[in-house]
Design a protein around this ligand. Structure first.
Ligand SMILES: [Zn+2]
Length: 257
């Protein structure tokens, strides 16, 4: 399995990181995409450093839509520089969050457009976070001619799934898929083509059942994989092989890592 979206930097995992990685590897996680976002650029820097230190960890760099109001031009220059570092495989997470509205919507839109353009120019995958703004996000991806990317922690139904798939985006399913009230999401997970779906934990958030409410970690991704397999009427092995291949293709992970 590949955990296509987790936050492993020291703001979330510090003393426990090596045990967390060990448990995940023992559970069958063969690679981690560590998404480097935080209130400052410490998180993307830490993600790049972690990817340099661990052979099975890769990094993305960006600023979460919650925090985009404070990005300076100097920060943009630093992000451009970080995006060129080895083992950086994506830009983000970026996007629109109209549920929390922690940053003004206009600032979120401006930053999202700029990150999409940065990813396209760098030939990197764009990792999108979208909440309560699916139509607006799809419009930006279309207008900015986004390249390959993933809607991380996809939370919509079949209609939203179809819109993103038509734009060439992948859909990534998190522990939410295991929640009782996620029927529309499971319908979307059954609908999406097998070659366009990924799995993720979004650790330390969104632990799947039966760990719901606990601190999430990459080892728990097996629960989401099992649910995805049952929703699609396939074996765990079949969906594991497909999602692993998809993540390797999207992020252009080197073989053998
Ligand atoms: Zn995330």
């Amino acid at each position: 399995m590949i955990d296509s979206h987790c936050h492993l930097d020291p703001q979330y995992f510090a003393a426990d990181l090596s045990e967390v990685l060990t448990r995940a590897r023992a559970a069958g996680v063969e690679a981690f995409v560590c998404v480097g976002v935080g209130r400052t650029l410490e998180a993307p820097r830490a993600a790049v450093a972690l990817a340099a230190a661990e052979p099975d960890v890769f990094a993305t760099v960006g600023v979460h839509p919650h925090d985009v109001a404070g990005i300076s031009e100097a920060d943009w220059a630093t992000l451009e520089e970080l995006a060129r570092q080895p083992r950086v495989v994506g830009i983000g997470e970026t996007g629109l969050d109209y549920y929390y509205d922690h940053s003004p919507r206009e600032a979120q839109q401006t930053a999202y457009r700029r990150f999409v353009a940065m990813a396209r120019a760098a030939g990197l995958a764009v990792v999108s976070h979208v909440r309560d703004a699916h139509e607006e996000a799809a419009a930006i991806l279309r207008e900015e001619q986004a390249g390959d990317g993933v809607i991380h922690c996809f939370s919509g139904g079949v209609t939203e799934a179809r819109a993103y798939l038509d734009l060439g985006q992948y859909l990534s399913f998190s522990g939410i898929l295991t929640f009782k009230n996620a029927g529309d999401l499971r319908a979307a997970a059954a609908f999406a083509p097998l070659d366009r779906i990924l799995i993720e934990t979004d650790a330390p958030y969104l632990a799947p059942i039966p760990y719901r409410g606990k601190k999430n970690e990459p080892a728990y991704i097996a629960q989401t994989l099992a649910t995805l397999a049952s929703v699609r009427g396939l074996t765990v092995g079949e969906v594991d092989a497909a999602t692993t291949t998809n993540a390797r293709r999207l992020f252009a992970l080197p073989s053998g890592s």
